[in-house]
Design a binder for this molecule. Structure first.
Ligand code: ADP
Ligand code: TRP
Length: 321
């Protein structure tokens, strides 16, 4: 089985990204051959500051390794380091009906809001299809919002195969557990667009301050409360051990506690949970040459595979021998 996924470097990663996506990618690195990349070409449709894009791309790669992605097991690379993908994207684009892309939600939503869309945003799903098909990926772990794009990829690959003969492997989406929908500091879904995130690697003191400012309701301290529906408890649950979680749930049900206590406990378990990744990240930051090496090695392994697939596609459609 070959697993592949990409993650856009459009901001620093937060708890939602980790529990909703990154942790599950990392778990899959043992399930077969795994390819993970930082999708900086896709990010270019929103991040238009070159220094920022460069930095966010590098930060994303460092974060993934610090969080446990093992570059010896999985192939980790920058999307833009594999130019074969962009060439394949063109080959695919020539057979992609406009109507298929007009139905894709990233473009449709922007248009519905009356915002100007560019060709990059419109053809975004074709680049994503090229990303997937370039590595003969069977399984693509993604969030619910990306499932439509995998369907588009299957359509594009299927019609290429139909027209030019069997060339591409048709991938399957593996939808990530939606149970891991992480609430933000205001209780809504954590998202950088809502400005309610707890970032994975912000300095511990800043993180603690943000946790202490998480919104809570004004029910009296003595009143017993249902833990499962409380966002503070939900956050605590992600990071605590089983016995800690049970004790906290019992405290909620008993009542007679203050949210300040829970916030302090949350800050403590967060500090413990991320201590090791934080140390690994500091170590990598101190050795940028190690990160460059990982990305160069990943790019060369990825290019090797993508080159074979591109040659196959070029031969099939008549642009290559
Ligand atoms: P954001 O909403 O901050 O812009 P992205 O859309 O870049 O986050 O998310 C990247 C990945 O992280 C997606 O696969 C998405 O499913 C996952 N993710 C983001 N926020 C959450 C969340 N609050 N809970 C669970 N998963 C999330
Ligand atoms: N579009 C994806 C997202 O925003 C990122 C991505 C780019 C991707 N290429 C991919 C995901 C290929 C899976 C496979 O989350």
């Amino acid at each position: 089985m070959r697993v592949l996924s990409g993650i856009q470097p459009t901001g620093r990663f937060h708890w939602g990204n980790y529990f909703g996506a990154i942790r599950q990618y990392i778990d899959l690195q043992d399930a077969g051959e795994a390819y993970y990349f930082v999708a900086n070409l896709h990010a270019l449709t929103t991040v238009r500051d070159p220094e920022l894009l460069r930095q966010l791309t590098l930060d994303a790669a460092i974060d993934l390794v610090a969080l446990g992605l093992d570059p010896n097991r999985a192939v980790l690379f920058r999307q833009s380091d594999v130019p074969e993908v962009s060439e394949l994207c063109w080959l695919l684009m020539t057979g992609t009906p406009m109507g298929l892309l007009e139905r894709c939600h990233a473009y449709k939503d922007k248009k519905a809001k009356g915002l100007a869309a560019d060709a990059g945003l419109f053809t975004y799903p074709v680049l994503m299809a090229a990303d997937i098909l370039s590595y003969d990926a069977d399984v693509v772990p993604v969030g619910e919002d990306q499932v439509q794009h995998i369907e588009v990829c299957r359509d594009i690959a299927g019609s290429f195969n139909h027209h030019f003969g069997e060339t591409f492997v048709l991938p399957k989406a593996k939808v990530l557990e939606s149970a891991a929908r992480v609430p933000g500091t205001d209780g809504e879904k954590m998202s950088k667009s809502y400005n309610n995130t707890l970032e994975l690697f912000e300095p511990p003191a800043t993180l603690r301050k943000k946790i202490m400012r998480i919104t809570t309701d004004s029910r009296p301290m003595e009143q017993p409360k249902e833990p499962q529906t409380d966002h503070l408890f939900q956050l605590y649950s992600l990071l605590a051990t089983d016995p800690e979680r049970e004790d906290m749930a019992a405290l909620y049900r008993r009542g007679g506690f203050g949210y300040g206590e829970v916030k302090k406990a949350l800050a403590d378990v967060a500090e413990r949970f991320f201590a090791e990744p934080r140390a690994r990240r500091a170590e990598l930051e101190a050795h940028p040459e190690r990160v460059s090496e990982i990305l160069a090695d990943g790019a060369s392994r990825a290019r090797k595979k993508a080159g074979q697939v591109l040659a196959r596609a070029k031969k099939a459609c008549g642009t290559g021998a």
